[in-house]
Design a binder for this molecule. Structure first.
Ligand code: IPE
Ligand code: IPE
Ligand code: MG
Length: 251
């Protein structure tokens, strides 16, 4: 397991090892073109393919995409159904190709809310790509950062009931193995398209020291050049993790 940014200073390089994206703006992209919002989601899928390819080429090792939040069930039922259908179709069509590219696919979130067929496709996709190592692609679906912290706490307490009467023994290192992203280092770079500057209940624990990049581009327009721009911005950040600039410069 990788080191926590609050427990020790993590290693990092000019290219983010872990990129986390809130793919926002599909609906507005479509509305601007007088198209139904669903058209935006379909175009958004093409942007996902581009991002996976560009990240693979750039040397990103972990790409985590927010596809459906635990709050997105509040949307009109037709839109939710379309998103679920798109998820099924994408898994059916794309997993073989992703696997040939060396992509290991994982889906995080409360999957119990999905219909059995979708749950089964997710299980198969995870299993058939489990030995791939070129890129760890994680899709957050029915995911919420608060849900994640709660499910981790529940599982930890179920396995260690003695902690309930000795809470002072509970520390970060005990909890993090139960979080959904335990297999990955914390994100180095967070990108949110679509102009909003908020986290919307994404990886709230893991983003503690992540560099946050916001762009007005709608997700369907976010191409390889836009990604390069985000990487350039990231490369220019001074990641201090609590230290001073002088310390970083060795002064
Ligand atoms: C993001 O785009 C995709 C999902 C949340 C599934 P939106 O659908 O939120 O697009 P906007 O924000 O309404 O434009
Ligand atoms: C966040 O986008 C979730 C995903 C991109 C899947 P939303 O568009 O749902 O976020 P809010 O509601 O505007 O904060
Ligand atoms: Mg949105």
């Amino acid at each position: 397991m990788s080191k926590s940014s609050t427990q020790s200073i993590p290693d990092y390089s000019a290219v983010p090892r872990h990129l986390a994206i809130i793919m926002d703006g599909n609906g507005r992209w479509a509305t601007r073109r007088m198209l139904p919002r669903t058209a935006g989601h379909i175009r958004g899928m093409q942007a996902v393919r581009r991002a996976v390819e560009a990240c693979g080429k750039a040397g990103v090792q972990y790409l985590t995409l927010f596809a459906f939040s635990s709050e997105n069930w509040r949307r009109p039922q037709e839109e939710v159904s379309l998103l679920m259908r798109l998820f099924v179709q994408t898994l059916e069509k794309e997993v073989g190709k992703l696997s040939r590219q060396g992509v290991r696919l994982r889906v995080i979130g409360d999957l119990s809310a999905f219909e059995p067929r979708l749950q089964e496709l997710i299980r198969q996709a995870e299993e058939s790509t489990q030995h791939n190592t070129a890129l760890h692609l994680t899709i957050a679906a029915n995911y919420g950062g608060r849900w994640d912290i709660l499910q981790a706490t529940r599982r930890l307490l179920a396995e260690h009931p003695e902690l309930a009467s000795a809470p002072e023994q509970l520390d970060e290192d005990m909890l993090t193995p139960y979080l959904s992203m335990a297999f990955a280092p914390e994100p180095d770079l967070f990108v949110r398209t679509g102009g909003e500057q908020r986290i919307s209940n994404f990886l709230i624990w893991q983003l503690a020291y992540t560099e946050l990049y916001f762009t007005d581009s709608y997700w369907p327009d976010f191409d390889a050049d836009a990604l390069t721009h985000a990487f350039e911005w990231y490369a220019g950040r001074e990641r201090r993790f609590g230290r001073t600039s002088a310390q970083l410069a060795g002064r």
